[in-house]
Design a protein around this ligand. Structure first.
Ligand code: CTP
Ligand code: ZN
Length: 146
């Protein structure tokens, strides 16, 4: 165990190393007071290099945690109580995405006015997001997290 065990909280495992800081940003971990430990560039057979994040005394709502699925679709959550893993969960791409992603259409209102982006997820596997405002599709390749 590279990063020490926690007593209570959430362990997010199998985050691609490259997406660690995006996950931190999406979950707002830079704004909370909980104890957080993480390891990155750890060996993983599946992901090449993975990161792991441990947040003490924090239990996320499914809707909040699922927001990371856009950047870490294979993330595994472990809920820890009294040092024991009491639950394991996977993340699921939500049906709608508020904020997080940028619309790839340069003419979209969200790119020149102060409007929160809003998308309907039209494909979950190879993520494709349809903009609520301009109806253009932003695909995985063009996905930019804001
Ligand atoms: N963990 C932790 N603190 C604990 C218990 C577990 O930080 N008190 C972490 C472990 O380090 C591991 C994850 O939670 O990264 C899952 O723990 P466990 O299910 O025991 O590990 P594995 O069997 O390796 O699980 P998996 O194969 O699902 O990753
Ligand atoms: Zn748009």
């Amino acid at each position: 165990m590279v990063v020490s065990a926690i007593q209570n909280g959430t362990v997010i495992d199998h985050v691609p190393a490259k997406q660690l800081f995006k996950v931190i940003q999406i979950l707002g971990l830079d704004h909370i007071d909980n104890q957080i430990t993480f390891g990155t560039n750890l060996e993983s057979k599946k992901l090449g290099r993975k990161a792991i994040i441990k947040i003490s005394n924090k239990f996320f709502k499914d809707d909040d945690i699922n927001r990371i699925a856009l950047v870490a679709p294979d993330a595994k959550l472990n809920i820890i109580r009294d040092y024991e893993v009491v639950e394991k969960k996977v993340v699921e791409v939500p049906d709608t995405i508020l904020g997080i992603a940028k619309c790839m259409n340069p003419k979209c209102i969200t790119n020149f006015e102060h409007v929160t982006t809003r998308f309907r997820v039209v494909s979950k596997k190879n993520v494709a997001l349809k903009c609520y405002y301009c109806e253009k599709i932003t695909d995985q390749e063009n996905l930019q997290i804001i």
